[in-house]
Design a protein around this ligand. Structure first.
Ligand code: FES
Length: 167
């Protein structure tokens, strides 16, 4: 069975530590914990694209917060991954505007093309398919996000072509 934990002892790199200082400067010193969300985002990028339990513990220690406080935030927002994700994290919006523009067809096309269901990762670790709430691009529904990039005004045919073109 694959070991889920990749970073038994996560520590921010010097470059990431510099970024944390820049993040903390955005908030009043007495509200340091307000920086938790961007710090978690940084940690996710730094430690393999997801937040392992060890990473959550580390962020809690780093910010001098109880681990449960960090977990509460990390588990609330879909932008934080609590499980390892594939090289391409494909997040399909199925909220109202996208649903009205047939996001179901996008989801079904991807399930068929990738051979995985929602919330699953392909056996080769290449793709993770997820259903998410509104990603704020309703005007160009239906849409999806692959890693950091948005793809909008989609048709099932375009989605198949996009997958075929991923390096
Ligand atoms: S409903 Fe899909 S981006 Fe808003």
């Amino acid at each position: 069975m694959e070991q889920e934990t990749q970073h038994p002892s996560p520590r921010f790199s010097p470059e990431a530590l510099e970024k944390t200082e820049e993040i903390f400067r955005r908030y009043p010193p007495e509200h340091r914990e307000a920086a938790l969300m961007p710090i978690l985002h940084l940690a996710q990028r730094e430690f393999g694209g997801w937040l392992a339990p060890e990473t959550i513990e580390y962020v809690a220690e780093f910010m001098n917060l109880a681990p449960i406080r960090v977990y509460e935030v990390a588990s609330f927002y879909t932008m934080y991954n609590l499980k390892k994700v594939g090289r391409y994290h494909i997040q399909v919006c199925t909220n109202i505007s996208c649903w009205l523009c047939d996001s179901n067809a996008i989801v079904e096309t991807l399930k068929c093309k990738l051979g995985i269901g929602l919330g699953e990762t392909s056996g080769d670790g290449r793709y993770t398919l997820a259903e998410v709430e509104c990603l704020g691009a309703c005007v160009n529904a239906p849409m999806l996000q692959i890693n950091d990039d948005y793809f909008e005004n989609l048709t099932p045919e375009q989605v198949v072509g996009m997958i075929d073109q991923l390096p």
